[in-house]
Structures are given as C-alpha cells and as structure tokens.
Write a protein that binds this ligand. Sequence first.
Ligand SMILES: C[S@@+](CC[C@H](N)C(=O)[O-])C[C@H]1O[C@@H](n2cnc3c(N)ncnc32)[C@H](O)[C@@H]1O
Length: 286
Amino acid sequence: MSGITIRALSKRPTTSLRPLRAIVAQRSVSGTRLNNKPSLSHHTENSMASALPPPSPPKMSFQDIFAASHGEHQNVWKNFWDKGTYHYWDRGQASPSLVDFLKDHPDLFQPTEKPLTALVPGCGRGHDVNLFADLGMQAYGLELAASATQIAQEFSSTISPPPAPGSRSYITGDFFSNEWLDRLDTKKFDLVYDYTFMVALDPAKGLREQWAERVAALIRPGGILICLEFPLYKAYDLPGPPWAIRSETYIGLLETVGFERVYHVKPTRYLPAGKDSDMISAWRRI
Ligand SMILES: C[S@@+](CC[C@H](N)C(=O)[O-])C[C@H]1O[C@@H](n2cnc3c(N)ncnc32)[C@H](O)[C@@H]1O
C-alpha cells in the first residue's frame, strides 16, 4: 500500500511542473511579477510610462468636429467663437466677388431718401457688414454667440468709421428666432447677403428650406437677396459644413418662396476657397 502511495506522490511533482513552467514563461513574457519580487525592469518601464505625456488624440477635421457633436451644431459654432478659433472660415476681408458685383450693378437699388438697410446673417467678424456700411447703408450683422459679436465689434473699432449715413451694428441671436428682431426698429431689410451661412446649416435637418422662408420674411417686397454661391465644386457625398450646393438648388429654394433671379454672374475676382466655381446670384423679392 505504502509503496504504491510513495510512487504516486513522487510522480506528482513531475507531472505538475510542466504546466507551472508554462505559466511562468507566459507571465514573464507579459511582464507580470513572479514570486513576489519586484522586477526592476518592469518598475522602470512603469515610471517611464507615467513620465511620458499621453499620446495626443488624432487631429479632427473641421467637419469631424461637427459630426461628433451629434447634431448640436449651434454649440459647436459657439465653442469656436468662445475659443476665438474663427480662422477656419475667416478671410480677413469682404469678398472681392461681392465688392465687384455691387460696383458693377448700381441699378440693383433705387435711390431712396432713407439709407438702405442690409442684413448679413452669420456675419462672422463682420467684413461684409462693414462693406455695406461703407457704401452708406445701415448694416446689421447677426451672429449666434455673444463672443462672436464682441469679436466683430472689436474688429470694427480697429477700422475707420463708415461715412454718413452708413452705420454698422452686430447683433447676437439665432437667425430663426424673432428675439433679436424684436430688439430692432427695422423689421424688414432692403438687402440680405448670404455667403457661407446657408451652406453651413445642415441640409439633412430641412434647414435650407427654413432659411429660404426666413429670408423671404426678412426682405421687404422689392428688396434684394444676394448669394455668393459656394461651394459649387464640392461633391454631395462629402461632409459639411459647408455642405455642397448647386445653382439649381438656390433656384428651387428661392423661387418657391417668392424670389425671382435678376442676376447670375461669374465673378472676376473670387476667394481661393471657391476653386474658381463661385457664382453670384441676386434675387428680387416679389
Ligand atoms: C462658416 S461661418 C461664416 C461666417 C461669415 N459669413 C464669413 O464668411 O466669415 C458661419 C457662421 O454662421 C454662424 N451661425 C450658424 N448658425 C447660426 C444661426 N442659427 N444664427 C446666426 N448665426 C449662425 C456661425 O456662428 C458662423 O460664424
């Protein structure tokens, strides 16, 4: 009996050692401490790892930032303005295409006793607002964030005041709300200008149609809407903003709400962003 027992016991270590060795080998590969003794190399590696800065996350594109917001685009715009990161779209000047178009088409506006009123929704730092004011209009720029209007105001204080009767004002508000309009004496404008505003609104949410209705409500009969059409070159399957658009889209949106197109011209001077595809359209409110 005992001989049998001894043989059995003496065999046990031999058979049970093999899996243990395998585990030891496996653990030392994965860097786990063995037999409670701290491994110097492991300790050093850990200290070095904590001393190194964490790997920086991959840079997100402008469009990725909007996509990651799960539809909260207004917050994204506000965030850009709060941080002062408007370099993504700001070009530091009024659009040369608009400057030329206004110079070449003085017939667009009939002489009036009162100064013309102009509105630039999503005006950014206000370059186009300032252009209209310099032409003697009462020009209003609308921006979503208070930080944006403050930046526009600060920029305006660095340039010459507009000649009388021109004036420039920067208002904070959501284009689709009446809250900002209620604060103004002007309820209908002689001129509205759109560049990179409507195409910055998500078309999947029906905002283009809402933009057209809103613009129609904000322009007096006989008044003018000028659109610097952009980005006409962009493929529809690419993410926005800006979302791709075509001249036909403007027709579809604006004729439906009571505009007739009076001009559709190719600018001679244009911003590089348009890749030589921009067009200017002018629409009279019927
Ligand atoms: C692409 S940027 C263009 C700014 C300006 N037009 C320019 O060319 O520099 C679009 C602007 O629209 C503003 N915006 C977006 N949605 C708006 C809304 N619902 N009401 C007013 N402004 C809005 C954003 O804050 C942003 O400054």
